[in-house]
Design a protein around this ligand. Structure first.
Ligand SMILES: [Zn+2]
Length: 374
């Protein structure tokens, strides 16, 4: 994997670049649709590729490990082939899901023992095993196992989790280097910066992780219940300390209007379940704010969801029809709404990227901020 920086906003440090992977080039900054179970809920791979032009998606290690199992996916040619997705895939470490979904966790320096939320079976994730699972999946960008704390956490607990995350990242990198030297590996491994909401811990974590000389770095432990301003603050503390020539990934963040805020803090890659989850709940993001489709005022509204949007949903269907589908609980609603919301996110990122390349990002950011105030 190679990262090529194309332009940097002199005012904010926002970056535009190209991430060259074995499964195509990813233009950054980029928003990754979330494909938890090897599917972005409600949209086909054809729609993702052709209609949305997605260049990279995220898949969840924890979920695929439990079902259908990474060995089965390996046997069937890896995740790209299994899910018929020819472009890039990033997989998370499973850490976040272990800490948020599973029961009876026992954390030691060796790893984390947990029970599956599906059938209660016990499993052990170690820094090494999580690399092996992601290698079996054939992911282009893998994450090192980390300990992700809920918010709020006290300084001592956050420090312990951060130190363990560093030790796990070191072990994961040692293991991956060994695999790369003996068998070969086409995947890049990113360590994850933890430290909860404490700037000193975030800085200490970065200092240790830089020694690993990784091809990229992730900032984790955000969007765990803290105020949104704090997520941005922690990103602002962390991102400038990371190597300028490597991609930076902030995990699990982003309301649409926050995308440029993260980019302004030097972030290249983001993901969030919001566009797809909100779509299924009838909340549609538009260029002029949100449309809650169940509202009675849309009952006979012949206009598209967002007249400024060029997605298939907006070019084809009225708010009245979409409201009807939602009220009737039709599957088509989830499909069309997800397509629109993802299009909205990817389109915004495309505008952000263009504004950086054209040297107009500052004006773009100011425009978004003043619109948010109105
Ligand atoms: Zn649309």
């Amino acid at each position: 994997m190679r990262f090529e920086l194309q332009a940097v906003c002199p005012d904010t440090g926002a970056r535009a670049g190209l991430l060259h992977t074995a499964h195509g080039v990813v233009e950054t900054p980029v928003f990754m649709p979330v494909g938890t179970q090897a599917t972005v809920k409600g949209v086909s791979q054809r729609d993702l590729e052709r209609d949305l032009g997605a260049q990279i998606i995220l898949a969840n290690t924890y979920h695929l490990f439990l079902r259908p199992g990474h060995e089965l996916i390996r046997k069937l040619g890896g995740l790209h082939k299994f899910m018929a997705w020819p472009r890039a895939i990033l997989t998370d470490s499973g850490g976040f899901q272990v800490f948020s979904l599973s029961d009876l966790r026992k954390i030691t320096d060796e790893g984390v023992l947990f029970r599956s939320h599906l059938d209660g079976d016990a499993h052990l994730f170690t820094p090494e095993s999580v690399v092996d699972v992601q290698l079996a999946l054939g992911s282009d960008i893998m994450m090192a196992l980390d300990e992700c704390l809920a918010y709020p956490a006290n300084h001592d607990a956050a420090n312990q989790a951060m130190l363990r995350t560093i030790r796990w990242a070191q072990a994961a990198h040692r293991h991956h280097r060994h695999v790369a030297e003996t068998i070969g590996s086409g995947s890049a491994l990113f360590p994850i910066v933890q430290g909860s909401m404490f700037a000193d811990l975030r800085r200490a974590c970065v200092a240790e992780l830089l020694v690993l000389d990784s091809p990229g770095y992730a900032i984790g432990g955000l969007s765990v219940g803290e105020p949104r301003s704090l997520s941005l603050e922690m990103t602002e503390v962390t991102a400038p300390l990371l190597p300028k020539d490597r991609p930076r990934y902030v995990m699990g963040v982003g309301m649409p209007e926050e995308l440029p805020e993260y980019v302004a803090r030097g972030v290249d890659i983001m993901d969030c379940v919001l566009p797809s989850r909100n779509a299924r709940n009838g909340c549609l993001f538009t260029s002029t704010g949100r449309v809650i489709i169940k509202h009675t005022r849309y009952k006979d509204d012949p206009a598209p969801v967002d007249p400024a949007c060029t997605c298939y949903t907006c070019l084809t269907y009225s708010r009245a029809y979409l409201r009807h589908l939602f009220q009737a609980g039709e599957i088509l609603f989830a499909m069309l709404a997800t397509l629109h919301n993802l299009h909205h996110y990817l389109d915004r990122m495309q505008q952000i990227r263009q504004s950086i390349l054209l040297g107009r990002f500052r004006a773009y950011l100011d425009g978004v901020r003043s619109a948010a105030v109105e």
